[in-house]
Design a protein around this ligand. Sequence first.
Ligand code: KG4
Ligand code: ZN
Length: 369
Amino acid sequence: MPLMSQTLTLLGIETSCDETAAAVLRLQDGRAELVSDVIRTQLDEHAPYLGVVPEIAARAHAELADLTVKAAMHEAGISYSELDGVAATAGPGLIGGVLVGMMTGKAIAQAAGKPFIAVNHLEGHALSPRLGNDCPFPYLLLLVSGGHCQFLEVRGLGDYRRLGSTIDDAVGEAFDKTAKTLGLGFPGGPAVERLAEGGNPDAFALPRPLLNRPGLDMSFAGLKTAVARAAAEDTMNDDRMKDLCASFQTAVTDILATKAALALEAFDPGGDGAKRFVVAGGVAANKAIRAALDEVAKSAGARLIAPPLRHCTDNAAMIALAGAERLAAGLVEGEAGDLGTGARPRWPLDEAAAKSAPVYGTGRRGAKA
Ligand code: KG4
Ligand code: ZN
């Protein structure tokens, strides 16, 4: 039975990639209030390897999960018995980390006699604009991170339609690999953006794969290879590095902006006709990309909503929100909830689209569907 009018207090846990995070959130009448929000990043541990190492991530999650949950509960100043449920990311993601978070969440839920809610990490990202902004359904979402790159129509809770996605690498992955090619360290996005600011975006002619094809699918693998080739063939110096970063970032921006314009054209919000366009994920931190998407939104008569960076990148607040919204809507069955649910390394939001048109990818999180 839906619990709309009741105040729900949820603990959320996120461990699907390289952030160990826990948050406590209150949901009342559809409004979310964040009570605590703890994020422990493992960047330093993965940096020497220029990418996320799954085994290192799993071990770090195992070491940090209890401490992070404790910190979130302490900050919230409540006891486990005051919770109405415990939500944890059940996938998609790196399986070792997902298992740690789920086991932690299930143990707490069982010990406290509360329902456990298995949350799809992508649903967390999809709902993240609702953490602070007034962002009613439906809206168009562009999710751009190290593991995902897709356009989704968010019609309602649990009602998602995939409009298009990368057919190979995620966009953040392309930034990270470009940074690796140029020796800029990990994560690559911020470093590439910094250098791009002083470079000439027309200096290198880089491809924009799938740009002129109809549809909303995207591709970044060819662009990444072109960057590597350009770097190998050029007498690279500091200025040429800046130029290559600027040329790469502009190519990415062109792809995202062009496809966003098409997506907004196709998106029918119904109701009052207000078009909301949300961009989320780590790459949404990029100022040039944000500015270009803002322009596209304005031209289409839409409003661009970008959650604060803390909630664009992986966090537990969005997992707690997804759990609370599911509980409030009566989508969690029985007193134990999803205690019997297992971890899923792959878990598309739009299962029907994923089945009829599977996306094959080789990236950090596998298929970007
Ligand atoms: O959402 P996120 O924290 O983790 C995943 O779910 O993957 O996104 C991390 C990704 C990395 O690939 C990182 O290089 C990229 O977001 N990123 C950026 C910027 N800041 C982070 N990419 C471009 N420009 C940035 N400023
Ligand atoms: Zn994520």
